[in-house]
Design a protein around this ligand. Structure first.
Ligand SMILES: *[C@@H]1O[C@H](CO)[C@@H](O)[C@H](O)[C@H]1NC(C)=O
Length: 391
């Protein structure tokens, strides 16, 4: 017992130090920014277009649109896919066409739209700032909801002139819930699928949560003027490799699992391929916001402190997102028992706050990443999504 808790403490401290070192490394811009040629065109059976959408606060986001040249019908129903934290739109295309939701939807005849949040690989920067500027990293999921999501969905809606089905994963659900709770987005979307949904983080048992709460790491970052998180820089990569050498899959699995829960169904022989895309940049302010949720057990806007809250929100505290305002009549929630980011108790809290009407599917053996790159997610999850969308 003592040994276990000692080992746990050492692991937490070790991860803390390594995370700090990784994060201190300055973000670099990645060469990879064309998702179509990276993951779609080689397979040829699909049309894939790259588009740019500029948010109201100046970020230039990449959006991709994919459809199958084999599928019939000219008025195709658009589906909008929104990825999670530390990754990008590649999330939906990383496995074979019969295993990846992006391709599966295109094959089923949908007009597939893939969103990319700011500062990911498929974001094309900012009209004024570069990644070296503090302002470039001055955002949390609040801006992802109110700026990025709104701009991208609006663009897809205007282009297709149709309401979209929305499928979010992880932070892609969190941003959607934040937007929907404020009356945004609802007029543009039809059905909603929430995969591994994250609103509350009260019960999460990931090192991010524990570090944030115990060591107040988010405050440390801010004090150090460290504004972005990136494991893909040379130094970042080296520290991940020191922690877990490239050849040691078991170690790597423990490292990944400690953040996501024990994933049952990841194809280990594809690790190098997944590694080429993940992880992608996020801001430490985004992590600070998540840490606030963890510490307080709330689902609320970013807390700036009394004065700034008063200026921004008109009240001295950070207002809660009112989940009772989220329309749930056409919503499907899918979550997994082994998921420690979308923890079962946190998802229960979310369900209690949402109005009745949603449907829910519980996958016993799934943890956080199984939902997007699980080799059997096609039969465990995506088949039900297709069914729900076509009803
Ligand atoms: C795992 O990945 C390898 C290499 O891409 C592939 O050949 C194999 O079919 C995959 N296995 C499963 C179960 O999908």
């Amino acid at each position: 017992m003592v040994l276990r808790s000692l080992r746990r403490s050492l692991l937490i401290i070790g991860l803390g130090i390594i995370t700090l070192i990784v994060i201190r490394d300055i973000a670099q811009t990645h060469g990879l920014s064309d998702l179509c040629s990276a993951l779609v065109n080689p397979k040829r059976l699909y049309h894939c277009d790259e588009m740019k959408v500029i948010t109201e606060d100046g970020f230039v986001l990449g959006v991709q649109r994919i459809s199958s040249s084999a599928a019939q019908g000219d008025k195709r129903q658009p589906v909008f896919l929104m990825h999670g934290i530390l990754s990008g739109g590649d999330t939906w295309l990383l496995n074979s066409p019969d295993q990846s939701l992006g391709f599966i939807l295109a094959d089923a005849g949908y007009d597939v739209w893939i969103g990319n949040f700011r500062t990911t690989n498929f974001c094309h920067g900012h009209i004024l700032y570069t990644s070296k500027d503090k302002e470039y990293w001055d955002w949390s999921f609040q801006e992802l909801a109110e700026k990025d999501l709104i701009s991208m969905v609006e663009y897809a809606y205007k282009t297709t002139n149709m309401r979209l089905h929305y499928i979010g994963y992880s932070q892609g659900t969190q941003a959607a819930l934040a937007a929907l709770s404020q009356g945004m987005l609802a007029e543009r979307i039809d059905k909603v699928v929430m995969m591994a949904p994250v609103a509350y983080l009260k019960h999460t048992a990931t090192p991010i949560g524990i570090l944030a709460a115990r060591l107040q790491l988010d405050r440390v970052f801010n004090g150090l003027r460290v504004f972005s998180l990136n494991t893909k820089t040379t130094a970042g990569r080296q520290y991940v490799d020191i922690l877990c050498p490239a050849w040691n899959d078991r170690c790597f699995n423990i490292w990944v699992n400690s953040f996501t829960g024990v994933n049952c169904c990841i194809n280990a022989s594809r690790r190098a391929f997944y590694d080429a895309f993940e992880t992608q940049d996020t801001s430490t302010k985004n992590l600070r916001h998540l840490a606030q949720l963890y510490r307080r057990g709330t689902f609320a806007k970013f807390d700036y402190g009394a004065d700034e809250n008063m200026r921004r929100y008109g009240v001295s505290f950070a207002p809660d997102y009112d989940l009772s305002k989220v329309p749930t009549g056409k919503m499907l929630i899918i979550h997994g028992e082994k998921d420690v980011l979308a923890d079962v108790d946190d998802v229960s809290m979310l369900k209690e706050q949402l109005p009745q009407g949603y449907r829910s599917i519980f996958i016993q053996e799934y943890a956080h990443i199984d939902f997007i790159i699980g080799y059997n997610a096609n039969t465990k999850v995506y088949r039900d999504i297709l069914h729900f969308l076509s009803e």
